[in-house]
Write a protein that binds this ligand. Structure first.
Ligand SMILES: *[C@@H]1O[C@H](CO)[C@@H](O)[C@H](O)[C@H]1NC(C)=O
Ligand SMILES: *[C@@H]1O[C@H](CO)[C@@H](O)[C@H](O)[C@H]1NC(C)=O
Length: 247
């Protein structure tokens, strides 16, 4: 008779320790990012603050933002489904106050939160710092909370130039073939030999992709913001395991 009661008591004890842990974690993160956004607004980086607000719950913690000023951001178009990607390209996954940034050797390359996008730090020897040749103009703007640092810059980090096309032009299959798809692609009909393939890319600088009311804002979520998600799933998982074992 005493056994099931003991069992349930143990389970509720476990539950009561896990539920607040999950809740506080999320709550604190939310509070902190709100405080950081206020810091950013106070420093007049209103557009960047708005971008953070748009994807607040997906922004990873323990990062340093490099924030283009309003004037730079007014010159570009960021489609809604690219906002997170844009922010990740303007942040690095570590806490770097200006004192630490300025200690990096001239020419250091830092990975950003966007996979494969690097920032090269350089200085002109007069305490002025540049990231990919864009000047850091306002150091240490974010003062609230331990999980974010941020600095103002006077330009925008543009997407990487497309890598020069490899010699063999084998386009990837346009879609994943379903399990019962037709047999492999039949031999293509002989194409007229006089039409060369179109040139891979024009030579002007890449512009942000056109405004596209994309239906999938989460399509570009990168590995760096998997952590909060993974933790949330873990919380859910442990909760459901506990619930299942109770009943
Ligand atoms: C941020 O860093 C602190 C201290 O290093 C660590 O305790 C915390 O778990 C980190 N948070 C995230 C979300 O990675
Ligand atoms: C840092 O490197 C750049 C070239 O990348 C050079 O122009 C500059 O003078 C260097 N600064 C110092 C302080 O050596």
């Amino acid at each position: 008779m005493a056994e099931p009661i003991f069992y349930i008591a143990t389970m509720s004890l476990l539950l009561s320790s896990i539920i607040p842990a999950c809740a506080i974690d999320r709550h604190q993160q939310q509070e902190e990012i709100l405080a950081v956004v206020r810091d950013i607004q106070r420093a007049n980086y209103f557009t960047f603050a708005t971008l953070i607000n748009m994807v607040q719950t997906s922004v990873p913690s323990n990062i340093t933002f490099f924030m283009p000023d309003d004037r730079s951001l007014s010159k570009i178009i960021i489609p809604e489904h690219n906002v997170l990607k844009f922010l990740l390209r303007h942040s690095v996954p570590s806490l770097l106050p200006f004192t630490e940034l300025s200690r990096l050797p001239n020419g250091t390359s830092m990975p950003t939160d966007q996979p494969d996008y690097m920032l090269k730090v350089s200085s002109n020897g007069r305490k002025e710092l540049y990231l990919n040749n864009i000047k850091l103009t306002s150091p240490d703007i974010c003062k609230s909370g331990p999980s974010f640092r941020c600095h103002g810059i006077n330009g925008v980090f543009m997407p990487a130039l497309p890598i020069p096309a490899p010699p063999k032009p084998s386009p990837p299959p346009p879609h994943h073939s379903p399990p019962h798809a037709k047999p492999p692609i039949p031999a293509p009909p002989p194409s007229p030999p006089r039409r060369p393939p179109p040139p891979p890319h024009p030579h002007h600088a890449p512009v942000p992709s056109p405004v596209h009311p994309g239906p999938s804002p989460t399509a570009s979520i990168s590995s760096s913001n998997m952590l909060p998600r993974a933790r949330a799933w873990l919380c859910l998982l442990s909760l459901s395991i506990l619930l299942v074992s109770i009943y």
